[in-house]
Ligand binder design. Structure first.
Ligand SMILES: Cc1ncc(COP(=O)(O)O)c(C=O)c1O
Length: 488
């Protein structure tokens, strides 16, 4: 925080941006704070001036996964959050139907998490993660292992879901190599899978827009077919009956490439980002059988499904299928500080613990692996989930969300509704010649009426925090019903 900067005029003149000349935010900060001109001062957006961001100040930030020009012509800003709500800078209250971005599972700004972060920030800001440790990293790893599926006993930390995926893929390749099977180099993902935006993640991922701009990606990757098929599964409550046989496509890929070339299969137990797709009954079990039979590792990408979303700590437990590795992120800190990680079985971990004890076993890690603020947030978050029984609460509220969502059957444009745990989706008929337009207008309409949902292509997605009340679920679905009645 730049002390004294609150005297910055609330409205900055046109033409400001990241430059540093006269009249720019930095120059104004200097004038107003008395910093000598040679002191580098960063223009900061203070809480007090968020209401007054000028359109010219919006250019410097190149926003991720956003239609930048459209957004900047009519920004949707939030400035404060608490519990189930956001507030816009003007003070309008927005009901958060999406846990931020699938991450604030305990609700926003929960006191125990906020206090843990504040306390840690004042105690030790950073500790190196390589060849050194800090107690909270070990505590968090132990707590994650305590609630993980049996036999998943080791945690490797990173900072995001994308990093978690790349870490898991690298561990898979290295594991085969340390066991003398370095010829297993192929990775298998799934069409419509989302595994983040690293080169590993987009290679095994199956979302065309995320892949087509970025070259050839990793070599030796193949994909299972998507399980999403409305001809068979429209308006299913919970997991679809149809589609387990699609796991057998893995046998076809084994025939094609030979098992000896395949290192791992990665799938999301429930594919969230691509539109909330639940696994057909028996599908994940079948994948487990086939991977085990052929010595192929199975990775569940639980970046969205971990930490209560499906009504248990991990989706793996809901489905009774134990993979070899689980990736996680988001809910581990309830979105409060970036963190991700990989949970590995003992069989994976222990294979690396050979060779001279002084040798580094895995040449992989990040400056911010197990960042101490994230660890503090993570420990407090897991404690909060436990104290408030939030995973059980998610399970208990799942039928409420199911009924509310399926009450939209028959609403205009709706061609499918699906749900499981505290996640659900309403798929709309695309407007002819304008893919995504109707759904985007629906998303905007909900925002204007005070409810945050998520648009994924032609799909409106719901993933409220695990503290959601019945009346709030009704508010979300009633709002969507109203908006659908008006959207062309
Ligand atoms: C299943 C899955 N994997 C990976 C990611 C990437 O996570 P991040 O955005 O934290 O890199 C996501 C993000 O939504 C995800 O849903």
């Amino acid at each position: 925080m730049v002390h004294g900067a609150s005297s910055l005029p609330l409205s900055l003149p046109r033409g400001t941006g990241a430059r540093d000349g006269a009249g720019t935010p930095r120059a104004l900060l200097r004038q107003n704070t008395g910093f000598p001109t040679e002191t580098p001062v960063t223009a900061m957006t203070l809480l007090s001036d968020q209401m007054n961001l000028h359109p010219d100040q919006l250019g410097a930030y190149w926003m991720p996964f956003t239609a930048n020009r459209q957004f900047k012509a009519a920004p949707r800003m939030v400035a404060r959050a608490e519990g189930m709500h956001y507030w816009t800078p003007e003070g309008r209250r927005i009901l958060d139907g999406f846990s931020g971005l699938w991450c604030c599972n305990a609700g926003h700004n929960r006191k125990p998490i906020v206090e843990a972060i504040q306390k840690q920030a004042a105690t030790m800001d950073y500790a190196p993660a390589f060849q050194m440790g800090q107690p909270l990293a070990f505590e968090l790893a132990n707590r994650i292992v305590d609630i993980a599926p049996e036999g998943m006993d080791h945690v490797f930390f990173c900072n995001s879901g994308s990093e978690a995926v790349d870490t898991a893929l690298k561990i898979a390749l290295a594991w085969h190599r340390v066991r003398g099977e370095g010829h297993r180099t192929r990775l298998i993902g799934r069409e419509r899978g989302y595994h983040g935006v690293g080169f590993g993640g987009i290679s095994v991922g199956g979302m065309v827009a995320n892949r087509k701009m970025f070259g050839a990606m990793l070599a030796g990757v193949d994909h299972l077919p998507t399980t999403h098929d409305l001809a068979h599964n429209a308006f299913t409550r919970g997991d679809p009956e149809w589609g387990a046989h699609l796991a057998d496509e893995l046998e076809r890929l084994v025939q094609l490439h030979d098992a000896s070339t395949i290192a791992a299969v990665i799938v999301e137990p429930m594919a969230g980002s691509t539109g909330v797709l639940f696994p057909p009954k028996g599908y994940l079990q079948r994948l487990r059988e086939i991977t085990r039979k052929h010595g192929i590792l199975l990775i569940f990408d639980e970046v969205i499904t971990a930490f209560g979303r499906m009504g248990a700590a991990f989706a793996s437990q809901v489905y009774g299928v134990v993979p070899d590795m689980i990736t996680f992120a988001k809910g581990v800190t309830s979105g409060s500080v970036p963190m991700g990680g990989v949970i590995a079985s003992s069989a994976i971990h222990d294979a690396f613990m050979a060779g001279p004890p002084g040798a580094i076993e895995l040449f992989h890690g990040y400056t911010y692996s197990a960042h101490v603020l994230a660890c503090a947030a993570g420990v407090a978050t897991l404690q909060l989930y436990k104290d408030e029984g939030l995973f059980e609460r998610a399970k208990a509220m799942a039928p409420v969300l199911e009924d509310a969502l399926h009450s939209l059957k028959g609403a205009r444009h709706v061609i499918d509704i699906r749900n499981g745990g505290l996640a659900g989706a309403v798929e709309l008929e695309p407007r002819p010649g304008a893919p995504g337009a109707r759904t985007f207008e629906t998303y905007l309409g909900c925002w204007e009426k005070g409810v945050l949902v998520r648009q994924a292509g032609e799909i409106i997605c719901f993933a409220p925090a695990l503290i959601v009340e019945e009346s709030q679920i009704a508010e979300m679905t009633d709002t969507l019903r109203d908006v659908l009645a008006r959207v062309a």
